[in-house]
Design a protein around this ligand. Structure first.
Ligand code: ABV
Length: 173
């Protein structure tokens, strides 16, 4: 299974190397790739945050930067993994406190995917047009919450989901 994590804190997923998940990445069924969102910015300050469209308090994350990042990570046929071995199930997970609750059932379902891309937002979240856009292009978009509390960003939520999903894969435990 391929797992991609897009984040402005690309060192976060390094903790997975301490566990069984790290070993599964070295010689097992997991292909974990971490991407720095700021690699898709074009300005000198590598800006990823923006004032919300239509006004309102707080900052959202720029949809143009997320669009370039996710177009690149999802590849030319969004919704399908093209890894040479035929087409597979590709899922875009957006951790958000307002999402559907992630449960063991969700983990079991997502363990059947061929590629999961975790879009980890900071600030007040990723501009809502990002989820709408990829859902409209045929990607299975899942906005998921690990619990009824607010974190500073989606990274820790993604780590929780990755651990719960990866341990279900044959050859990880
Ligand atoms: C994602 N809180 S998931 C981004 N419980 C920001 C905050 C946050 C998540 C969660």
């Amino acid at each position: 299974m391929r797992l991609d994590v897009v984040t402005i804190l690309p060192a976060y997923p390094n903790v997975l190397d301490l566990s069984l998940i790290g070993r599964a990445t070295e010689d097992g069924p997991l292909d974990l790739r971490v991407h720095d969102l700021r690699g898709w910015t074009h300005d000198r300050h590598r800006t990823v945050d923006d004032t919300p469209r239509g006004g309102g308090a707080g900052m959202v994350m720029r949809p143009d930067v997320w669009g370039e990042a996710l177009d690149s990570v999802l590849g030319p046929d969004p919704g399908q993994v093209s890894d040479g071995s035929g087409l597979g199930r590709q899922v875009l997970v957006i951790p958000t406190p307002s999402g559907e609750t992630f449960t063991q059932r969700t983990a079991e379902d997502l363990a059947g995917a061929d590629q999961i891309v975790f879009a980890c937002g900071r600030y007040e979240g990723i501009d809502a047009r990002v989820a709408t856009h990829y859902a409209a292009t045929g990607v299975e978009v899942r906005e998921l919450s690990i619990g009824d509390y607010v974190l500073n960003g989606g990274e820790v939520a993604a780590l929780v989901m990755i651990e719960a999903i990866a341990r279900l894969l044959p050859g990880v435990i």
